[in-house]
Design a protein around this ligand. Structure first.
Ligand code: PRX
Length: 602
């Protein structure tokens, strides 16, 4: 086994940044033999050509705790079989394959087979209920779904007829006995397919991935990413996660979200490092055991997970993780998705022997944009500095907490410590190339050559960024983005609900929990029984990851004169904060049933 070298991949931020250029960095990729770029080729085939096919790509830890290895050559075999199976099924180039799968070897064969075949991959979160699954498959034009038998029975069978373009459902664990109607056995298909496959010649501009994310209003947004994004996955996995040859990397993110794709699959495989794939659920003992037994060198996790570990394990004295487990292989720990409190950075130092480095990015950015790098001492509470090749800025905001755009121009704030909207100069390779079928919404994200992130930040005199908050109503719960509109719409399907407004209520562990305020129709009475019924109703449709945890009944919800529920005001009242500007508040009763949603945002 190769031992990773002792010094960080990027030893000096200033000089690497000054000399960095995405065009020159392109030489880091293998590229397709006939020209072009394919994400799956970079993650799998290049290692076979470079003679490291027998290197372990995946260490798959089963729910029972046993680990098995899969080499890059085996990954090539399995993903080739999957790619050939897509051809046999008549799935055309550019059509979309959805996954509703937990972590396991089948997920990797599906994702990499789809990418190598030039089809588009869209992952879904297994904690979604039937309605979010249906909506996303319908919006995304799903042709194929790969899932488990249990997930099919629980979340797909009931909505299948409402996803008219879905042609094939492939079950990874068909089991004994007859298959549910309209499903196929993936193991059978794979066994009947050839392990020889020539990667489809894709261009860097060809569509590779579709990731659904949530906005304030309307449907979930399908952020589209191109094959050329793999360059940013590779570069950031090296610079921001400090990954290099010989590493054993563990990314705990769920594969249903962008982190699970960019850094659970593509980035580390492209660099040829070994990736740990844990099929089990969060459990402190299990996690520390994996870190120790798999000799994990680089660990990428999330603030919610760290907060849960902080609650459950001592940080000092006897019984700390570093005393109980052999964590001596661990070299670098990073986190993403939510603010990383200084407390968590310090906990890492004491309990694991390493501080936690923050990284900031979004579904839309495709890869890490801002990070605390390995060579720099951590500044607890800061997200870090822009990765080489990424230009960031703080933009002056208007009253709505969004960048003020005057005659098409924005104003960059140079003075340190001033709060404004975080923007990124257009031009990094993993920038999303559209919201599916929503060109207008996509264009609204840009001004004056900048991508506007919707996050509020400050920058200090040394160029380090500090997160302040989001400028919209989207809720971050346990690291996952939840669109309040999706929750409000589900609640309003219940006959008792006239109007709903949904906010994130701060929570010590999850960051925020989903809380709904509901106004009832006149013939219904508020009470515990109805509350329980509504909670169960929402949970059945939306699934545990999205459904509200709390519901309050209100006789009147605050609304604007145009009839939108003012979530901002609901949040201020819930938290006892100043109500701010209420000049647009409707003051005379309500026009029930006229609302098209909640408070409008860009
Ligand atoms: O508000 C920021 C928050 O997560 C949002 C992006 O969420 P999503 O598209 O689901 O992608 C998550 C994983 C890349 C951002 O707009 N966020 C992400 N990283 C951080 C963060 N907030 C504070 N600190 C971070 N490091």
């Amino acid at each position: 086994m190769t031992v990773p070298s002792a010094s960080p991949v990027m030893r000096d931020y200033g000089s690497v940044r000054a000399g960095f250029d995405w065009r020159r960095a392109r030489a880091r990729l293998a590229g397709l033999p006939g020209g072009g770029v394919n994400m799956g080729y970079e993650a799998v085939d290049r290692h076979l050509l470079e003679g490291t096919g027998e290197h372990v790509a995946l260490r798959c830890v089963s729910r029972e705790g046993t680990a098995t290895s899969l080499t890059f050559a085996q990954l090539a075999d399995r993903s080739s079989r999957f790619a050939n199976a897509l051809g046999t099924l008549g799935v055309a180039r550019g059509e979309t394959v959805f996954t509703l799968l937990g972590r396991g070897a089948e997920l990797y064969a599906t994702v990499l087979g789809t990418l190598r075949a030039g089809r588009v991959l869209c992952p879904l979160f297994t904690a979604f209920g039937p309605e979010p699954v249906r909506l996303r498959m319908d919006l995304g034009g799903a042709r194929v779904l790969v899932t488990t038998r249990a997930l099919y029975d629980r979340k797909v069978a009931s909505i299948r007829a409402r996803v008219p373009r879905l042609r094939h459902v492939l079950l990874v664990d068909p089991g004994d006995g007859p298959l549910p109607d309209g499903t196929l056995s993936l193991p059978e298909l794979m066994a009947a397919s050839s392990p020889d496959f020539t990667v489809t010649a894709t261009d860097p501009e060809d569509l590779a991935l579709l990731h659904f994310t949530s906005g304030t209003t309307g449907s979930p947004k399908g952020a589209m990413h191109k094959h050329g994004a793999v360059l940013a996955h590779e570069v950031t996995a090296a610079y921001a996660l400090d990954l290099r040859e010989g590493d054993v990397f563990w990314c705990t993110a769920d594969p249903g979200w962008v982190t699970g794709m960019s850094y659970g699959i593509i980035g580390p495989l492209t660099l040829g490092v070994t990736t740990v794939v844990d099929a089990g659920d969060f459990d402190p003992g299990r996690w520390y055991t994996i870190l120790a037994e798999e000799k994990v060198t680089v660990w990428y996790t999330a603030p919610t997970a760290l907060r849960m570990l902080m609650r459950l394990t001592p940080r000092a004295g006897s019984g700390t993780p570093r005393e109980q487990y052999d964590l001596s292989a661990l070299r670098f720990v990073a986190s993403v998705g939510e603010p990383l409190a200084p407390e968590a950075v310090r906990w890492g130092q004491e309990a694991l022997g390493l501080p936690v480095h923050d990284t900031w990015w979004q579904t839309e950015t495709g890869a890490i944009m801002i990070a605390g790098f390995a060579a720099d001492p951590v500044r607890p509470g800061s997200m870090g500095r822009p990765v080489p090749g990424v230009e960031a800025a703080v933009l002056r905001c208007g009253d709505d907490d969004r960048a003020a755009v005057t005659n098409g121009h924005v104003r960059v704030v140079d003075a340190p410590g001033v709060r404004g909207e975080l923007a990124l100069r257009v031009g990094w390779p993993s920038m999303f190339c559209g919201y599916l079928h929503e060109q207008h919404r996509y264009e609204a994200c840009f001004a004056d050559g900048w991508y506007l992130t919707g996050d509020l930040v400050t920058r200090d005199a040394d160029g380090w960024y500090w997160f302040v908050g989001r400028s919209d109503d989207v809720i971050k719960s346990a690291g996952h983005l939840i669109g309040p509109f999706e929750v409000e719409s589900a609640l309003m399907e219940h006959p008792a609900v006239a109007e709903a407004g949904v906010i994130g209520r701060p929570d010590a562990v999850a960051g925020a929990i989903v809380k709904a305020f509901v106004a009832l129709r006149t013939d219904y009475t508020a009470g515990d029984e109805l509350r329980r019924e509504l909670l169960a109703f929402a949970r059945k449709r939306l699934g545990p990851a999205v459904a509200p945890r709390e519901i309050d009944f209100e006789s009147d919800l605050p609304r604007t004169r145009s009839g939108k529920v003012m979530r901002r005001l609901l949040r201020a009242r819930e938290l006892g904060l100043p109500e701010g500007d209420v000049s647009s508040l409707e003051t005379t009763g309500h026009a029930r049933g006229t609302s098209g949603g909640s408070e409008e945002q860009r």
